[in-house]
Ligand binder design. Structure first.
Ligand code: NAP
Ligand code: ZN
Ligand code: ZN
Length: 357
């Protein structure tokens, strides 16, 4: 066992606070990683505040992790000490069910083990995430950082591990490509990755935002069209025009406004997972144009590696603001006020720093 430091939420109401805990001793296939950077996902906030009603406290969030290997279990073969690596939302799964065998560990039929707030199947301890100094992970759930990414890119690589894969996976699953017209609803951490990825896949992309001040940014990210979702007239121009919509909004809203934008046979895939249920939608809209409403959860390990290579090849990285871990509670508040462009990333060196970063 080794002692590590991090930040944890002790309950749903208090701010995150400094927290010391133990990481397991290295198992034969484990790698030990010194965490350099960790992205701040809106799911961290949902979890910390128990908005999904299943948080086990204390919880150490963080599933967008970039770090360096500092130790290896005796039976590892995939990594070397000193190598830069990444860890995303998953740290284990049964590895034997149909989903696992297809590389879809996030849909493991027995149990996906998430990077934090899951129970480790071997020792029944709680998994703890990347808002911490070190993590120990099975090498099969550790990702390689493509060499095309340089040292200076590392903070921005971190958000690819959730925001990147969560948007890449459905875009691939629904075959987004050269002839697709794609809508991205919500320009936050996930949304701004979806725009870049869909553009790189060759799609024509329309962003639907509730924030006037994001219109220029959406264009800079490559969007061909940007629509203020509160403007009825602008929205009407897109009725029956989109093949696929990825909805990344972190709060409930009327889905009808967006379902009407799909063409016949179009699909809207929900990735946003707000605290409460959505208001009911108009089923007739689906039936009369054979439209689908769908959902998607992160992505498996194989696809996450593929996404990292895709981003390296297409020079895709998120827009980030680096923060010290001491600023995490402020960052959560700013995320709620929609005041983040477009992902906070914690510089983990701040954990031991006497001076604020
Ligand atoms: P984020 O950075 O906070 O972005 C959410 C965006 O939603 C905001 O930028 C805003 O975009 C829009 N929004 C927020 N509140 C709104 C409101 N009241 N009305 C209308 N629009 C609103 O969050 P994120 O990290 O991208 O995560 C987004 C959601 O995806 C969260 O619910 C998160 O838990 C979930 N998630 C799911 C998965 C999965 O596997 N399915 C993985 C990761 C995250 P505009 O300003 O452009 O309107
Ligand atoms: Zn996430
Ligand atoms: Zn499985």
């Amino acid at each position: 066992m080794s002692k590590v430091q991090g930040y944890a939420a002790l309950n749903a109401k208090s701010p995150l606070t400094f927290f010391e805990f133990e990481r397991r001793a290295l198992r034969p296939h484990d790698v030990k990683i010194d965490i350099l950077y960790c992205g701040v996902c809106h799911s961290d906030l949902h979890k910390v505040r128990n908005e999904w009603k299943n948080t086990m406290y204390p919880v150490v969030p963080g599933h967008e992790i970039v770090g360096r290997i500092v130790d290896l279990g005796p039976q590892t073969s995939l990594f070397k000490i000193g190598e830069l690596v990444a860890v995303g939302c998953l740290v284990d799964a049964c590895r034997l069910c149909t989903s696992c065998l297809e590389g879809l560990e996030q849909y493991c039929e027995k149990q996906s083990i998430f990077t934090y707030d899951s129970i480790d199947p071997v020792d029944r301890s709680a998994t703890r995430g990347g808002y911490s100094s070190q993590i120990i992970v099975d090498e099969k759930f550790t990702l390689k950082i493509p060499t095309a990414f340089k040292e200076k890119d590392l903070p921005a690589v971190a958000p690819l591990l959730c925001a990147g894969i969560t948007t890449y996976s459905p875009l691939r699953h629904w075959h987004v490509g050269k002839n697709s017209r794609v809508g991205v609803v919500g320009l936050g951490g996930l949304g701004h990755m979806a725009v870049q990825l869909a553009c790189a896949m060759g799609a024509e992309v329309a962003v639907f935002t509730s924030s006037k001040n994001k219109v220029q940014d959406a264009k800079k990210l490559g969007a061909h069209h940007v629509v203020l979702s509160s403007e009825k007239k602008e929205m009407e121009l897109f009725i029956d025009s989109l093949d696929f919509i990825i909805n990344t909004v972190s709060a409930t809203h009327s889905l009808d406004h967006f379902i009407q934008l799909l063409k016949r046979n179009g699909t809207m895939c929900m990735v946003g997972l707000p605290e409460s249920c959505y208001p009911s939608f108009d089923t007739a809209q689906l039936i009369f144009r054979r439209k689908s409403l769908a959902g998607s959860l992160i992505g498996g390990i194989r696809e996450t590696q593929e996404m990292l290579e895709f981003c390296a090849q297409h020079h895709i990285l998120p827009e980030i603001e680096i923060i010290a871990i001491q600023k995490i509670n402020e960052a959560f508040e700013r995320m709620l006020k929609n005041d983040v462009k477009y992902r906070f990333v914690i510089d983990m060196a701040s954990l031991h720093s006497k001076k604020p970063i």
